[in-house]
Ligand binder design. Structure first.
Ligand SMILES: C[S@@+](CC[C@H](N)C(=O)[O-])C[C@H]1O[C@@H](n2cnc3c(N)ncnc32)[C@H](O)[C@@H]1O
Length: 169
């Protein structure tokens, strides 16, 4: 069992090695067309440089977003540095959680998916949007899942057109 500090260092190193910084904001419009734009207080997990908060702003969508990433990024938006496997928030702290091209499906290949899914659903009051939908993960008992086809994402591979929405019961 790694200490929290060593685990953090380990993941940051892996993130950097995997060049985990690709920009997927070109797909955001199609993702939200498929599942709807989340409401209320939103947590963007694996935000990189507050990408979702900036995208909302650029598209004239007013939302309250907290951006979270494991990397130590300096942005002017509200930002928290943390590991998605251990979110520093109480249960039900955010109306919606969004995790795009990040954990647990993409860069999260090297983080325990069940731990991430359980953390995301723990801090969400109602729903969690994950894209692309991870293939294998364990779901907490109080959560229902739906896969939504984002048909407009034509430039990506077929499995990248599936958005996973987790709803707390
Ligand atoms: C490919 S980038 C995607 C950024 C942005 N969400 C997008 O849609 O373009 C993945 C981000 O997830 C972050 N990340 C990877 N593993 C993480 C973890 N365990 N906890 C928090 N952030 C993580 C990386 O540091 C990186 O900034």
């Amino acid at each position: 069992m790694l200490s929290a500090e060593r685990e953090n260092t380990f993941l940051v190193e892996l993130g950097q090695r995997n060049d985990c910084t690709g920009d997927s904001s070109r797909y955001y419009g199609e993702i939200f067309k498929a599942v709807g734009v989340p409401e209320g207080k939103i947590l963007d997990v694996g935000s990189h440089d507050a990408r979702l908060a900036r995208w909302f702003l650029e598209n004239g969508i007013i939302r309250n977003v907290v951006s979270l990433d494991i990397l130590n990024l300096s942005v002017k938006e509200e930002f928290v540095r943390a590991n998605a496997t251990r979110l520093p928030f109480r249960d039900n702290s955010f109306d919606s959680i969004v995790s795009l091209a990040s954990v647990p499906s993409h860069c999260g290949l090297w983080v325990p998916k069940a731990a991430v899914v359980s953390e995301l659903t723990r801090v969400a009051k109602s729903s969690v949007i994950i894209w692309p939908a991870p293939r294998f993960f364990r779901l907490p008992d109080n959560v229902a899942k739906r896969h939504v086809d984002a048909k407009g994402i034509t430039s990506a591979s077929p499995n990248q057109r599936s958005v996973l929405v987790l709803d707390k019961r």
